[in-house]
Design a protein around this ligand. Sequence first.
Ligand SMILES: Cc1ncc(COP(=O)(O)O)c(C=O)c1O
Length: 352
Amino acid sequence: MIRIVEPVFSEEEKEAVLEIIESHQITRGKWTKTFQEEFAHFVGVKHCFTVCSGTTALFIALKALGVEKGDRVIVPAMSFMATIDAVYLAEGIPLVIDVDDFYTMDLNQLEDAARKFRPAVVIPVHLYGGMADMEGIMFLSEKYGFYVIEDAAQAHGAELKGKKAGAWGHIGVFSFYASKNVPMGEGGALTTSDEDVARKIKRWIDFGDHPAFNVRITEFQAAIGTIQLRKLENRNNRRREIASRYNSLLNGDFSPPTERDNSFHVYHLYTLRHSERDRIVSELKRKDIDARVYYTYLLHELRNAEHLPTPQAEKFRKEVFSIPVHPYLTDEQVEYIVESLLSAISSGKIIS
Ligand SMILES: Cc1ncc(COP(=O)(O)O)c(C=O)c1O
């Protein structure tokens, strides 16, 4: 089976794990410190706080920005369910809005919603590794006075106008789950350059004058994350190379992913659309290609949440599917996937 994601580790990670065992410093050591410093530098922010998952990072971000019972939080219709679950956990009231052609929060609807609902926080998601319209969203943030948490769980290294995902909003949130572009097994982080916000985040994660959680990662996770981070740039470039190969070989029967102007997409997933999606996905599976559908249900459908009209997301969710784009695919595998896709299409065509 050609897997949809493939975490790959080398001798370096093995040596680091052994070194940690031998050192007896298995938590709160040099690797956690190194990861936080290197990740903050990579994103281009002053602070990075590691936590045990992306979901936890979202929850802490909402609380650090002062979300209280009943506060409105706007999320896009297409994402992993953690994006909306964190809002419920923080006792906010989510409002789900539509997505644009890039599978990210629709700016026009955001402005209408901001005017009408006066949200405390807005959470754009850089879905599949492509940036949301952060310039527009930050403009509206100033205009309507809401905070922005970027859900960059799928977008390590993505950029818009030369600025990285996680450096645009008041807080950036990342996941280092096993399938992510920087895998640790489990893990998450919050990024910010705002000193006051950083201080508030710390209160939630350092025991002291405020009720806090133990959300630490171990040295093993931090070491694996650090070594994986150092390989990220090359791997993201390989993902982009594979994506452009797909774009050039697939014919007009598919709607391939598009990149926002002046942006750098990191293809956490290569997601395309076709009206016969289910048939195509099962044919690919028969050919040992692990194609998958992300996401079958919209966030308001999953959690019965309040929402604005979401025609675009409703159309997309019936048509989207993702094919392997991980950096360790061989050129032969890429060709095989394209051939299989094209033959799945032609086998469905009625010949007259
Ligand atoms: C967009 C998005 N947000 C949040 C999360 C939650 O991260 P975690 O699984 O580390 O809790 C994920 C991934 O799993 C995700 O893809």
